[in-house]
Design a protein around this ligand. Structure first.
Ligand code: ATP
Ligand code: MG
Length: 594
C-alpha cells in the first residue's frame, strides 16, 4: 500500500494536537484511509513507524510525563512507565539491536509473560526497523522451536526459566538465532544480560527510517483449525490500529485501558500495545492469570475506562457468579468489548444485568490485523451479532465459484465472510507459504474462512468456521447457534458441537458440555439438555448426542478446538496440538483474543 497524500506534519514540526476528537459522523460518511493517515504524525518523506507513533510522537507533543504503562505484577508489585520512559528505553533497545548486528526486516522473537521488558522490546524492535514476533510464554519446547525456526529469529528475548525449560535443549537446531537476551540473567557464553546491555546504551536516537510497507510484525495464528500460520504485517497497519481503537473500542486520549489478551497473540499486540498507545491512553497490564476476583478488583482499583476481553473469560466470570463482584464499584467503566470467539447472546444479556452494561462483540483475525466488524458505541446491539463493518471496511457474504471468482449473496443467505482488500492492516504474506497466502484471495476479495450471514439492516451474524460447519439431513448448521442455545440453560458453562457421520442423516450433531459449579453430570440432566436444545432449535438442528466433560479442549488463547473434539470422537489423528491449552498455567487471556 502506498501513500496517495503525504502524512501531515504541522508547520511547527510538532504533530497535530493529540487531543483532537474524531468526528464519528463525518468519518462514517466521508471516510478515506488517507484521511485516517493524517491523524498520525508520520515521518519525513512519507516514512511511518508504529513505535514512533506509539510513544515518541507524544513526547514530542509535550505529553511525555503521561503514564503509558501501569504494570501490575503477580505478587502485587506495581510499576509505572511514562511515555517518555518508554521512548527512552525503547531507544536503548533499538541501539542494542544495531549493536548486535540486527538488520532491518530481521525477526526478534519474544518469549516471556506479560513483563515490562516485553513492551520495551516490542517498541525498540519496531524502531530499529526489525520485525517483532511474540511467542506465547506457555508454549512447550516444540511449539517454541517450530516458531523460532519458521520465523528465522535472529534474536530471542526471554527469561532464564523459560530459556532453560523451552530453548536450551534445542538451541543447536536454531541456526538462524544469533543472540539470546535474558531479562533476569545472562552471564553464560552466548546468553546476554538484557538489563546490563540496555544500561550501556543511549537514551537518544534519531527517528526511525521505516516505510509504510516495511514488515513490522509477525504473528502466528491461534492454530484452532490446523498448523499455525505466520501472518506478516507492515508499519502501515498502525493507521488501522489507531482508527479501530477509537471507533470500535472507544479508547480516548487519557483513558485507562485494559486489554486482557496476552501479547503472544495478535489482540495483545494490536490492542494490548499499539492502538491504546497511539491514541494516548494508559495501558493496564496484569502479569497474573485469570482470576475473577482479581479482575473485578483491577477494574475497580485502576478505574479502568475501557475493557477488551474474550468470550471464554466472560463465560468464566459467568460461571463464577455475581458474588465475586459484590461490593465492587465499576463506575469508571465506560465501554466493554470482546473478541476471539462468538459472543453468545446470553453473555450480552448477563453483562447488562450483572455489570450494568453490555459487552460489544468485535470480529477480526490475525490476518486482518485490526477489528473489521464491530458493535460500535453508537450502534444498537443485536445480541448474537458481530455488528457492522467499520468505516473503510467493505464486508460481504460470498460463495466461491468454480472459476475462482465469487458471487456476492443476498441478505440473510449464509456464505463465506469476505472483505474487499485495501485496508492498511491486511496481512501481506504467510511467511514461507506464499501459495497458501494467494489462496486466501479471489479477485479483490480476501476470503476469511468463516461462515456468516448479513441481515437486511447490515448486521453480520457469525455461523462458524468453514471447517466446523456440518451438514445434517440437508441443513447446513454452524456451531454458534447450537452452542448458544445450550448456553442459555442455567447448568451449562461451556458447549462445543461437532458433526458425526450418520447413515441416514449424513451427519448428526453431538454436543459436548461442561457444567457450572453445583451441577452434576447424569442421565437425567443429559436428557433435559437435549430436550431443552430441541425446544429451542427444532429437531433438525438440535444435538442428538451429548457428552459431559470437565472442560472443553481449548487453544491457549481460549478458543474451543472443535477439530480435537471431532478427532477424539472419530478416532482420527489429533493433528497439530502446539496451541492446545495444557497443564501449564494459562487463562483465557488471548484472542484471537483472539
Ligand atoms: P487458525 O487460523 O490457526 O485456525 P484462528 O483462526 O483461531 O486459528 P485467530 O486469527 O487468532 O486464529 O482467530 C481468528 C478467528 O477467531 C476468526 O476467523 C473467527 O473464526 C474467530 N473469531 C474472532 N472473533 C470472533 C467473533 N467476534 N465472533 C466469532 N468468531 C470470532
Ligand atoms: Mg484463522
Amino acid at each position: 500500500m502506498t501513500w496517495t497524500t503525504p502524512p501531515k506534519m504541522p508547520e511547527s514540526g510538532q504533530p497535530a494536537s493529540p487531543l483532537v476528537e474524531l468526528d464519528h459522523a463525518a468519518i462514517q460518511t466521508g471516510f478515506s484511509w488517507d484521511t485516517a493517515r493524517t491523524e498520525l504524525a508520520g515521518l519525513p518523506d512519507g516514512g511511518l513507524n508504529i513505535a514512533f507513533e506509539a510513544v515518541d510522537r507524544w513526547v514530542a507533543a509535550g505529553f511525555g510525563e503521561r503514564i503509558a504503562l501501569r504494570w501490575l505484577g503477580k505478587n502485587s508489585e506495581r510499576r509505572e512507565f511514562s511515555y517518555a520512559d518508554l521512548a527512552r528505553l525503547s531507544n536503548r533497545f533499538a541501539h542494542l539491536l544495531d549493536r548486535l548486528g540486527v538488520t532491518p526486516g530481521e525477526r526478534v522473537c519474544l518469549l516471556a509473560g506479560r513483563i515490562p521488558e516485553l513492551y520495551i522490546s516490542a517498541l525498540g524492535t519496531l524502531k530499529a526497523g526489525a520485525v517483532f514476533c511474540p511467542l506465547f510464554s506457555a508454549f512447550g519446547p516444540e511449539p517454541v522451536r517450530v516458531r523460532l525456526v519458521k520465523s528465522q529469529a535472529r534474536v530471542l528475548v526471554t527469561t532464564t526459566r523459560l530459556y532453560e525449560r523451552k530453548v536450551r535443549a534445542q538451541r543447536h537446531e536454531l541456526s538462524d538465532l544469533r543472540h539470546i537476551l535474558l531479562t533476569d540473567g545472562g552471564d553464560e557464553s552466548g546468553l546476554l544480560p538484557f538489563h546490563a546491555l540496555l544500561a550501556a546504551e543511549s537514551d537518544e536516537r534519531n527517528p526511525p527510517v521505516t516505510r509504510p510497507d516495511d514488515m513490522a510484525l509477525l504473528h502466528f495464528t491461534s492454530g484452532t483449525t490446523g498448523t499455525p500460520k505466520g501472518a506478516v504485517h507492515v508499519h502501515d497497519a498502525v493507521v488501522a490500529h489507531r482508527l479501530t481503537g477509537r471507533l470500535a473500542l472507544d479508547v480516548r486520549p487519557g483513558d485507562i485501558y485494559w486489554c486482557t489478551a496476552d501479547p503472544g497473540w495478535v489482540t495483545g499486540v494490536s490492542y494490548g500495545i499499539i492502538a491504546p498507545l497511539v491514541i494516548g491512553a494508559t495501558l493496564v497490564v496484569d502479569e497474573a492469570e485469570f482470576d475473577a476476583r482479581r479482575w473485578y478488583a483491577i477494574l475497580e482499583q485502576e478505574r479502568v475506562n475501557v475493557w477488551y476481553t474474550a468470550p471464554t473469560a466472560i463465560r468464566m466470570l459467568m460461571k463464577v457468579g455475581a458474588a465475586a463482584l459484590q461490593g465492587r464499584d465499576l463506575g469508571a467503566l465506560r465501554f466493554m468489548a470482546s473478541v476471539g470467539e462468538p459472543l453468545n447472546p446470553e453473555a450480552v444479556i448477563w453483562s447488562r444485568k450483572v455489570l450494568g452494561q453490555p459487552f460489544h462483540d468485535t470480529w477480526w483475525q490475525t490476518e486482518t490485523g485490526a477489528i473489521m466488524i464491530a458493535n460500535t458505541p453508537g450502534l444498537a446491539i443485536r445480541p448474537g451479532s458481530m455488528g457492522q463493518p467499520l468505516p473503510g471496511i467493505e464486508a460481504a457474504i460470498v460463495r466461491r465459484r468454480a472459476d475462482g471468482g465469487v458471487d456476492v449473496l443476498e441478505p440473510d443467505e449464509q456464505g463465506e465472510l469476505a472483505l474487499r482488500v485495501g485496508w492498511p492492516s491486511l496481512f501481506r504474506d504467510y511467511l514461507g507459504d506464499p501459495d497458501r497466502y494467494r489462496q486466501c484471495f479471489a479477485g479483490d476479495w480476501y476470503l476469511s474462512g468463516d461462515l456468516a450471514r448479513c441481515d437486511a439492516e447490515g448486521y453480520f451474524w457469525f455461523v462458524g468456521r468453514a471447517d466446523d460447519v456440518i451438514k445434517t439431513a440437508g441443513h447446513l448448521i454452524g456451531p454458534f447457534e447450537v452452542e448458544s442455545a445450550l448456553l442459555e440453560h442455567p447448568a451449562v458453562a461451556e458447549a462445543g458441537m461437532i458433526g458425526k457421520p450418520d447413515e441416514f442423516a449424513g451427519q448428526i450433531i453431538k454436543a459436548f458440555v461442561a457444567l457450572k459449579p453445583g451441577y452434576e453430570p447424569g442421565d437425567a440432566l443429559r436428557k433435559e439438555l437435549l430436550g431443552f436444545a430441541r425446544t429451542r432449535l427444532g429437531p433438525a438442528v438440535a444435538p442428538r448426542e451429548l457428552e459431559f466433560m470437565a472442560d472443553l479442549p481449548k487453544t491457549r488463547s481460549g478458543k474451543i478446538m472443535r477439530r480435537l473434539l471431532r478427532a477424539r470422537e472419530l478416532g482420527l489423528p489429533l493433528g497439530d496440538l502446539s496451541t492446545l491449552e495444557g497443564e501449564a498455567p494459562s487463562g483465557p487471556v488471548g484472542m484471537v483474543a483472539e
